[in-house]
Each structure stands twice: as structure tokens, then as C-alpha cells.
Ligand binder design. Structure first.
Ligand code: 13P
Length: 251
């Protein structure tokens, strides 16, 4: 059976104590109703050590929301992949649209980070997605193709096979405006074909491609029935245990 990924990106939310409370509630919820799929939480940096402790021995994995590509050095305010591993992260989100659009991250930077993630034992979750203007000018596929090509260029096929790509249309993030299942599927299938061209059929078949953008307990089933959707990256609805658990146990 294919292992889907249900990931919660907590963005810039939660103090340490709030984050630990949410992690504990998720852990308890999954004790009651186990899932065969992979559940990942992405707390803010400050809460990673405490959430890592709270989740020890549980089936819930932890990831960070960003990182720098060097292992250490004079890079004020940056966090390295080695530091993320040290506090228990196994995943890292790279190239989230908020990083690209608010903090000017580039496609090349995302590629360097993907390489560094694998070099230090982290699984990258690379985000791609078009803005509303890009969609309205029919440039969606061109944009996601460029993003995925540059993010995956430094990677071997076996690495791509084990990683996660998340399609997050920028106009659907935090807006309550979810892509229709058909809109999501069109892009997800395109991404898989594109990855087959660059890294081979096996990698394209194995890579998990998530959808992100206003996912909630009410729309999850419609999203998950699509053939090329292997899970979801959830923002707002991952901040409360009950709504995130409803998404994880959507059936
Ligand atoms: P929302 O679920 O709040 O729209 O956020 C999606 C997202 O950006 C996940 O990374």
C-alpha cells in the first residue's frame, strides 16, 4: 500500500508550551485511532527541541519549515541541517511560497537546500506553485516545471524517489479558496511526468506529491481521491488537534 503523507505546517504560530500541548494532543489522538500513513508536524524553530521530546517514541515525525544549506559558519540567524537533525527533525520544507514571495528565495537556493538536506540525512519536502496572475495568464505548468526542475537538478534518482514534492497554488494558501480536485490533479500529474523525464519512471512513481492550500476536514476526501495526490500539506487546519486528526483520518 502506498504511504501517504499528512503534514502540518504550523508556520509562525505557537509558543513552546502551546506547541507541546498540540503535539501531545496529536499523539493521544493517534494512539486512539492509528493511521497507516505518515504524519509529520512542522513547528517553528523555537519549539523543535521540546516538540521533538514530546513526540519521542511516537509514530509522528517532525520537520522544520526551512533551513540554510551550509552545515555551520558565519551566517547570522540561519539554521543548518545538522542542527535540525540534532533536535530530531527528519523532514524539512523547502521553497515554501511564503519563503519565495515574502523572503525572495530563489529556485537555485531551493536546489542547494535540497542537496544539503540529503547530505545531512533530512528528507526535503519541496514546495512549488503558481500565483494567481501566473494561473490567469496560463503559465501554471511553465512555472511549476521551472521550480521543480531547479529544485531537483542536484539530486540523484534514488533521492528523488524518497522525497516529497508539494503542489501549493499560491492563490489557495490561507485564502479558503481550495483548488478544485481537477485543478490539483492536472498539475500533480504534470509534475510526475516531468520528474519521470528528469529522474526516470521509478523515481516519478515513488516520489510522494502532496497538495497544499486551504485543506480542511470538509474538503480532504475530494482531494485524496485524485490519482496523483499522495497526501496533503496543511497550514491553518493543522493548528488544532481535532481538525488535523480529522484530516489524517479522513475516510
Ligand atoms: P493553508 O492550509 O492555511 O491554506 O496553508 C497551506 C500551506 O501553505 C501549507 O504549507
Amino acid at each position: 500500500m502506498r504511504r501517504y503523507v499528512f503534514a502540518g505546517n504550523w508556520k509562525m504560530h505557537k509558543t513552546v508550551s502551546e506547541a507541546v500541548a498540540l503535539a501531545r494532543a496529536l499523539r493521544e489522538g493517534l494512539d486512539k485511532e492509528a493511521t497507516p500513513h505518515e504524519v509529520v508536524v512542522m513547528p517553528p524553530f523555537t519549539a523543535l527541541p521540546a516538540v521533538g521530546e514530546a513526540l519521542k517514541g511516537s509514530p509522528i515525525a517532525m520537520g522544520a519549515q526551512n533551513m540554510y544549506w551550509e552545515r555551520e559558519g558565519a551566517f547570522t540567524a540561519e539554521i543548518s541541517p545538522v542542527m535540525l537533525r540534532d533536535v530530531g527533525c527528519t523532514y524539512v520544507i523547502l521553497g515554501h511560497s511564503e519563503r519565495r514571495h515574502i523572503f525572495d528565495e530563489t529556485d537555485e537556493g531551493v536546489g542547494k537546500k535540497s542537496r544539503a538536506a540529503f547530505d545531512h540525512g533530512l528528507t526535503p519536502m519541496v514546495c512549488v506553485g503558481e500565483t494567481l496572475t501566473e494561473r490567469e495568464s496560463s503559465r501554471t505548468l511553465e512555472v511549476v516545471e521551472r521550480q521543480v526542475e531547479r529544485a531537483l537538478r542536484p539530486l540523484q534518482s534514488e533521492e528523488v524517489a524518497s522525497m516529497v514534492v508539494s503542489y501549493e497554488p499560491v492563490w489557495a494558501i490561507g485564502t479558503g479558496r481550495v483548488a478544485t480536485p481537477n485543478q490539483a490533479e492536472e498539475v500533480q500529474a504534470f509534475l510526475r511526468r516531468r520528474i519521470a523525464r528528469s529522474h526516470g519512471d521509478d523515481a516519478a512513481e515513488a516520489v510522494r506529491i502532496l497538495y497544499g492550500g486551504s485543506v480542511n476536514p470538509g474538503n480532504i476526501s475530494g482531494i485524496m481521491v485524485q490519482a496523483d495526490v499522495d497526501g496533503v500539506l496543511v497550514g491553518g487546519a493543522s493548528l488544532k488537534a481535532d481538525s488535523f486528526l480529522q484530516i489524517v483520518n479522513y475516510r
